[in-house]
Design a protein around this ligand. Sequence first.
Ligand SMILES: C[S@@+](CC[C@H](N)C(=O)[O-])C[C@H]1O[C@@H](n2cnc3c(N)ncnc32)[C@H](O)[C@@H]1O
Length: 280
Amino acid sequence: MTDSSDREREFTFTRQHFVKVRDELYDYAGIVLADHKQDMAYNRLVRRLRELKIDNFDEYLRYLDGHPAEFTQFINALTTNLTAFFRERHHFDFIKDQILPDLDKQGTRRLRGWSAGCSLGEEPYSMAMTILDADTDVSGWDIKILATDIDSKVLGSAQSGIYTMDRIKTLPTALVHRWFLKGKGSNTGSVKVRKELQNMISFNYLNLMQDWPIQGPLDYIFCRNVMIYFDQATQAKLLDKMADLLKPDGYLFVGHSEALARHASRFELVGKTIYRKVGA
Ligand SMILES: C[S@@+](CC[C@H](N)C(=O)[O-])C[C@H]1O[C@@H](n2cnc3c(N)ncnc32)[C@H](O)[C@@H]1O
């Protein structure tokens, strides 16, 4: 069956093609592709067909089954990676004003944070800048930020720490001077984060649907604008695993449109989209 938009398409993309794409994505990544995302799926995948010089979706989907490397590209193509430095600034203020002073008082001098679904890296680098710029003196502390994503392409980019100027245009000038190096010659127009920030972060591939080889307990987890793509059952499972990884009183930060209300038995709301683990 072809629908009206299909007639304008370069390649035929039937309901059966969409269902196969939707099921593969859900089974591997937990991402739910609603029916109205059919055009999006087509537009994202058509680039893969062109790249591979494959001229129909039947052949592409057969190719996908037999080629694990293409499966990686398939996943990368279908993830949504929208992010920004200091997105939802109040989360970073909470690290600065609450988490660091509390740890300082406790005298632990150890901090473990996780950016789950770190995309292009702006989120973990914003954490690192926040920690190093805070009033709390963290010199000599054992600090590790884990940054993970299912999309290998964004992870590579995150690890490089290189950004175009437009990604930092809303940041205060003093912060830019302190933490970014301007590209010269062929790199004009881009910036690179300072090594000091990169040294605090480990970037790793991690599919939230699979095992989490993470050493806890963690002080906080950012899982922002990621669970929004998952169904309720998946969200409930992940929240439980996150609670297990957090230390007692550890914090979970979620995206602006994500509410834990239905699954929050192990968390209490302590700020705007900021939750604290309850119990051990
Ligand atoms: C919209 S971005 C959010 C980035 C950042 N957390 C923020 O809020 O700015 C969502 C990220 O979640 C990642 N993601 C989606 N499904 C995932 C999964 N099953 N495991 C790990 N990461 C996943 C995507 O690749 C994408 O980079």
